[in-house]
Design a protein around this ligand. Structure first.
Ligand code: NAP
Length: 286
């Protein structure tokens, strides 16, 4: 069994991006600039935005974080998005989710210009991805593809079972794996006999949000196992009072898998690098 080490792979991709940015600047090109909107003070959201800021700094991007109180109205937020859409200095914009309940996330994410939508959530980018045309790919599926490519995992003719059908992970993942010539099955909460589906998979991608949902007994010998899940579970022994659990029961799956992602250190850092690649592409696509 080999670990799909997202920490290592993302580090090497960040280094490549850094070198590209140096070249870009040396040739008089624009420094990629990512803006993030953060509404409220949700702890996890603040951590994610802080990590994205740090990533930008490491690769030489400019970054701006716009922080707004949880009482911000939908119209006020839409006006801020519009300002950034029209600001030529900013190449990519992300709005950290979740937003406070009184704001319709769909309205906000769809207000972001698709040319700056580096999260790849805008319907225009979804359509372009579906057609296999140049676009911003959602960061998590994009990062997973990069990880599989790094380890030269053969996907052609393989059966890929994706557990979860969310707009940001499961559905786009299925399109990207189809483009990589997999035969794809997507399972969800209404799937009957999910175990039988997972058992047939050469590649299992778990994006359910239920800790340790996929057990070793469910997978085929030699399967490639990708764990997208990150659920915070209480842990009084941990410094911050919680630890992250994946959707895969790691110990039992690692015994049978040929490749497996750990949590943390697997898909998470690849998602972050997916966002950086999209921001760099925002400059290239101009
Ligand atoms: P989501 O929007 O909640 O979707 C979960 C999916 O799992 C849904 O499609 C749901 O089916 C399905 N599901 C729920 N219970 C099920 C069951 N018992 N059997 C089969 N399928 C079931 O979640 P998400 O945004 O895709 O995220 C999934 C997990 O990945 C979460 O832990 C999230 O925190 C994590 N995540 C991690 C990263 C990263 O960078 N590592 C990025 C994004 C997300 P229905 O559609 O039928 O309800």
């Amino acid at each position: 069994m080999q670990i799909l080490n997202g920490n290592e792979v993302s580090k090497s991709i960040r280094e490549q991006i850094k070198q590209e940015v140096i070249k870009l600047k040396a040739s008089g090109g624009k420094t990629p600039h990512l803006a993030a909107i953060l509404v409220g003070t949700d702890g996890a959201s603040m951590t994610y935005v802080g990590a994205k800021e740090k990533d930008c700094m490491e690769v030489g991007f400019d970054s701006t974080v716009l922080r707004f109180p949880a009482t911000t109205t939908e119209d006020e937020l839409l006006a801020e998005v519009e300002k950034i859409n029209n600001n030529p200095e900013i190449d990519g914009l992300i709005v950290q989710l979740p937003l406070p309940k009184h704001i319709k996330e769909k309205r906000i994410t769809e207000a972001i210009s698709y040319k700056k939508d580096v999260d790849g959530f805008h319907p225009m980018n979804v359509g372009l991805m579906f057609k296999g045309l140049p676009c911003f790919l959602p960061a998590t599926p994009f990062g997973i593809v990069k990880l599989l490519e790094h380890y030269k995992i053969d996907t052609t003719g393989k059966h890929c079972v994706i557990v979860g059908r969310s707009d940001i992970v499961g559905k786009p993942m299925s399109i990207l794996m189809l483009q990589k010539n997999c035969t794809v099955s997507i399972c969800h909460s209404k799937t009957t006999d999910i175990e039988a589906h997972i058992q047939r998979a050469d590649i299992v991608i778990a994006a359910v949000g239920i800790p340790e949902f996929v057990k070793g007994s469910m997978i085929k010998e030699g399967a490639v196992v990708v764990d997208v899940g990150i659920t915070r579970v209480e842990d009084t022994t941990a410094k911050n009072g919680f630890r992250l659990k994946g959707d895969v029961e790691y110990a039992s799956c690692a015994e049978k898998a040929s490749f497996i992602t750990p949590v943390p250190g697997g898909v998470g850092p690849m998602t972050r690098v997916g966002l950086l690649l999209n921001t760099l592409n925002a400059i290239k696509m101009k």
